[in-house]
Design a protein around this ligand. Structure first.
Ligand SMILES: C[S@@+](CC[C@H](N)C(=O)[O-])C[C@H]1O[C@@H](n2cnc3c(N)ncnc32)[C@H](O)[C@@H]1O
Ligand code: SF4
Length: 413
């Protein structure tokens, strides 16, 4: 939201059918969209709210804040040339920030309400229903509806997550601690429907902001086809899905272990059921690094899985782990990862993600790396490798797939 230009606000207003939607005083700008409202003061403080009136985004004094459905708040700001701070606020920081932002919102509303349209008054009423205690209670309620949503691909941060499964069926990759806190579980159709009903009741009017369904958690497409068919049919009972419908498609992660088990016909069935893109963590195209990470499958199986999935008409998102394998294997990691990406023959609907490796203290990765005679890359070396992979991947996909940086610390749901 940095630098949100006034002209863009005016354009959106016209798009929405006239000047009635745009109220400007010398300092406050109100931008009413069908599914969200943004209120800004001199373009220095900007806040957005969903259809329930929950704060979802804020920009203040050069810092961006994203408040997820989970109630967690992520801070993002530039702290030096080429250096960004990205972190979740602590409980105290979050409450203090929300107190200030809501008080500021009320002041801004007071300044424009005398001249605001009835539609704007309706939004103000919804926004004023939220105080910090209610936002915090909403955070607690989230935990009764969802298991923690540990990660999504960056293009899916605004999807509606439905946890058809919980956790990761493998859960043993040395570097990944996303799902260590819970056992893997596949919902029955009945319990999945109940979960969906609770999700709908919780998200409420905020549902309209969400344009895609993401099937959680780490590898939902490992679900055996007969059960997956039933679960997808529950999704279709509950949501309109299609190019012209509210939800444009269904998306999910898949690990390679699962990928090798579905046939082309099964993927074709998934494509017909609205599955649009599947995300796979290749992590490295180098066999040695891949084994060091303890990923299930192999780079060759990943390439084959991508071929089958794309033949079925489903796009892919392929994730590479920047810095995987440390200094000893850096050159091989880059060379073989780019060769694997080239062998996947990606197209414009596909995405390559580059995720800089974060080594958490509770992961066994470091010990494995040391046993293999390697050491983690420095921050500078990770940046250099990121550049090499970015340039190399752009060259091998030509004008095809997008190449996008994936900062896992920027995720909040
Ligand atoms: C849910 S996982 C991948 C999907 C699927 N389970 C698989 O393994 O293919 C999402 C991605 O997060 C990234 N990731 C996990 N742990 C990470 C870490 N410690 N640092 C950076 N990226 C990480 C990996 O690239 C991983 O592919
Ligand atoms: S990288 Fe994927 S397969 Fe490996 S533990 Fe994490 S979620 Fe599971």
């Amino acid at each position: 939201m940095v630098g949100y230009p006034a002209a863009r606000v005016a354009t959106r207003s016209r798009y929405n059918g006239g000047d009635n939607n745009l109220t400007m005083t010398t300092e406050i700008t109100l931008n009413l969209q069908r599914h969200y409202l943004t209120i800004a003061e001199a373009m220095r403080t900007i806040m957005s709210f969903d259809g329930e009136g929950r704060l979802i985004l804020a920009f203040r004094d050069g810092t961006n804040y994203t408040r997820g459905l989970s109630g967690e708040v992520l801070l993002k700001c530039v702290v030096g040339p080429g250096h960004k701070e990205r972190r979740r606020l602590s409980d105290d920081e979050r409450r203090a920030l929300l107190t200030e932002l809501l008080a500021h919102t009320r002041q801004m509303i007071e300044r424009v309400e005398a001249t605001a349209t009835p539609a704007a008054h309706d939004w103000f009423e919804r926004i004023r229903r939220w105080d910090v205690a209610r936002l915090e209670a909403d955070r607690e309620r989230f935990r009764t509806v969802y298991k923690p949503i540990s990660i999504l691909p960056p293009d899916q941060y605004r999807a509606l997550v439905l946890q058809a499964t919980e956790g990761c069926s493998w859960n043993r990759c040395h570097f990944c601690t996303f799902y260590r806190d819970r056992p893997f579980r596949i919902h029955s159709p009945a319990s999945f429907r109940e979960h969906i009903h609770r999700v709908k009741a919780f998200v409420g009017a905020g549902l309209a902001l969400r344009k895609a369904i993401f099937l959680g958690d780490a590898n939902a497409l490992i679900i055996p086809q007969p059960r997956l068919r039933e679960l997808l049919s529950v999704v279709h009972d509950e949501f309109a899905i299609g190019p012209e419908a509210d939800y444009k498609g269904i998306y999910a992660f898949l690990d390679i272990f699962g990928a090798e088990r579905k046939t082309l016909d099964e993927y074709r069935e998934l494509a017909a059921a609205g599955v649009r893109r599947i995300y796979l963590g290749l992590e490295s195209g180098d066999e040695t690094v891949f084994r060091l990470l303890n990923k299930p499958g192999s780079p060759a199986e990943s390439i084959e899985a991508v071929r089958v999935i794309k033949t079925a008409g489903i796009a892919v998102g392929v994730i590479l782990l920047v810095g995987a394998g440390g200094d000893r294997f850096a050159a091989a990691h880059v060379q073989h990862s780019l060769a694997a990406i080239a062998a996947m023959h990606l197209g414009p609907e596909d995405i390559v993600y580059l995720s800089p490796l974060i080594i958490t203290p509770d992961s066994p990765y470091l010990a494995q790396l040391q046993d293999a005679g390697s050491s983690p890359l420095s921050a500078t070396a990770i940046n250099d490798q990121l550049d090499q992979l970015k340039r190399g991947a752009r060259a091998v996909v030509g004008s095809g797939a997008k190449v996008v940086i994936y900062h896992i610390e920027e995720f909040v749901y």
